[in-house]
Design a protein around this ligand. Structure first.
Ligand SMILES: NC(=O)c1ccc[n+]([C@@H]2O[C@H](COP(=O)([O-])OP(=O)(O)OC[C@H]3O[C@@H](n4cnc5c(N)ncnc54)[C@H](OP(=O)(O)O)[C@@H]3O)[C@@H](O)[C@H]2O)c1
Length: 340
C-alpha cells in the first residue's frame, strides 16, 4: 500500500490530567533498518502511559515522545534488517513509545504473531503486561508449577497477565481485589482464589489458603505499607516482585523477617530494557504462552474500547479504577476490520 503523508496521533500537549491528550496530525514514522512499520488497528492503555502523561515517566531519549507501549495491526513496511515477518502479517507488538497513532515503527524482535482466534483489538491489550510479567515472574523469579503467587491489582492489566501466566504454568494465583465483581472476574480468567483487600487481612488469608505455607511469589504494584504485608504473606524462599508503587515509593521493610524467611525483593521497569532483552522476552512468550492463548476455550481478558481520538476518556476511566481487564484505543482502520 502507499503510505499516507500524515496520520492521526495522540500527543501529550503538556504534563497533566487526561485532557492534555490531544489528537494531532503528523507524518508517520520511518522504520529503521531493524524495524517493522505497523498500521495500527488498536493500542492498549497501560499504567505507565498515565505516569508519562502526568510527567513522571519520561520516554527514553531514542523513543517516540508519543504515548503508547503496545499495539496490534498489520505490517505495511519492513527495514532491510527486520527479520521473521512479511508485509501483510497481522501482529501484536511491544512498542518503545508512539503506539497511540495510526502507524508505529517497532524493532522486529518485539513483534509477535496474533494468537489464533484473537481479534486485533483483543491482542492489542497483551504485549506490555505479558512482557512485564514474563520478564519478572517467569524469567527472573523462576515461576514453577505448583507455586502459589499473590497477585495485587488482580483485575487490572498486570494482574490479569499474572493470573493467566500462572494458569498456563500450573501455578496458583491468589488475586487481591477491591470488590466482589472484580473477584468474579479474576476467577473467570483463572485465579485459584481471591482476597478482598477492603474487608480481609491479606497475609492472614494467604496463610489460610495455603495451609500456613505462604506465597512463593508476590507480584506487587502498590508498595508503601504493603511491603510489610507482602513479607508477612511470603513462604520461606519467596520472591517479591515490585513492578510499581501506586501507594508509596518508600516503605518500612522488616528486614529480620526477610532474613528469617530467606526472601528476595526485586524491582524492575520494562521500558528501559535493551532491545536484546525485549527480544528474549518475546521469544519466551512465543514458545511458552502463545500456544495456550490460541486454544479455542481460552478465556480472554475483558477489553473495553475507545476511539483513538478519545484517549483522554480512556485515561480518565483507568484513573477511576472501575475497569476490569484492559482498555484499548481503536483506530479507524481497526474499527473497519473484520475482527477475528
Ligand atoms: N514495572 C513495569 O515494567 C511495569 C509495566 C507495566 C505496568 N506497570 C505499572 O503497574 C501498575 C498497574 O498497571 P496496569 O496497567 O495493570 O493498571 P490497571 O489496569 O489500572 O490495574 C491496576 C490495578 O491495581 C489496583 N490498585 C490497587 N491499589 C491501587 C492504587 N493505589 N492505585 C491504582 N490502582 C490500584 C486496581 O484495582 P482496585 O483498586 O480495585 O484494587 C487495579 O485493578 C501501574 O502503576 C503501571 O505503571 C509497571
Amino acid at each position: 500500500m502507499t503510505l499516507p503523508s500524515d496520520m492521526t496521533a495522540i500527543a501529550i500537549a503538556v504534563p497533566g490530567s487526561p485532557e492534555v491528550l490531544t489528537p494531532v496530525r503528523q507524518a508517520p514514522p520511518v522504520p529503521g533498518p531493524a524495524d517493522v512499520l505497523i498500521r495500527v488497528a488498536a493500542a492498549g492503555v497501560n499504567g505507565p502511559d498515565l505516569a508519562q502523561r502526568r510527567g513522571h515517566y519520561a520516554p527514553p531519549p531514542d523513543a517516540s515522545p508519543l504515548p503508547g507501549l503496545e499495539v496490534a495491526g498489520e505490517i505495511v513496511a519492513l527495514g532491510d534488517a527486520a527479520a521473521g515477518f512479511s508485509i501483510g502479517d497481522r501482529v501484536m507488538a511491544l512498542c518503545n513509545g508512539g503506539g497511540y497513532a495510526e502507524y508505529v515503527a517497532v524493532p522486529s524482535g518485539q513483534v509477535l504473531p496474533i494468537p489464533q482466534g484473537w481479534s486485533m483489538v483483543e491482542a492489542a491489550g497483551l504485549p506490555e503486561t505479558w512482557f512485564t510479567v514474563t520478564q519478572t515472574l517467569v524469567m527472573r523469579a523462576g515461576l514453577k508449577p505448583g507455586m502459589t503467587v499473590l497477585v495485587h491489582g488482580g483485575a487490572g492489566g498486570i494482574g490479569g497477565a499474572a493470573i493467566q501466566i500462572c494458569s498456563i504454568v500450573g501455578a496458583r494465583a491468589i488475586a487481591v481485589v477491591s470488590s466482589a465483581d472484580k473477584a468474579d472476574y479474576c476467577e473467570e480468567i483463572g485465579a485459584f482464589a481471591t482476597i478482598d483487600r477492603t474487608r480481609e487481612n491479606i497475609a492472614d488469608r494467604v496463610m489460610e489458603l495455603t495451609g500456613g505455607h505462604g506465597a512463593d511469589r508476590v507480584v506487587d504494584l502498590v508498595g508503601g505499607a504493603l511491603a510489610a504485608v507482602n513479607i508477612a504473606a511470603s513462604a520461606r524462599g519467596g520472591h517479591i516482585l515490585q513492578v510499581s508503587t501506586l501507594e508509596g515509593a518508600n516503605a518500612t521493610v522488616p528486614l529480620r523477617a526477610m532474613m528469617a524467611r530467606d526472601l528476595t525483593l526485586s524491582g524492575s521497569t520494562l521500558r528501559p530494557q535493551s532491545a536484546a532483552t525485549k527480544a528474549a522476552i518475546a521469544e519466551r512468550i512465543r514458545s511458552d504462552f502463545l500456544p495456550a492463548l490460541a486454544t479455542p476455550d481460552w478465556t480472554k481478558p475483558q477489553v473495553t474500547t475507545f476511539p483513538l481520538e478519545e484517549a483522554a476518556r480512556a485515561h480518565a476511566e483507568m484513573e477511576s479504577r472501575h475497569h476490569r481487564g484492559k482498555l484499548v484505543l481503536v483506530t479507524a482502520f481497526g474499527a473497519g476490520e473484520n475482527q477475528s
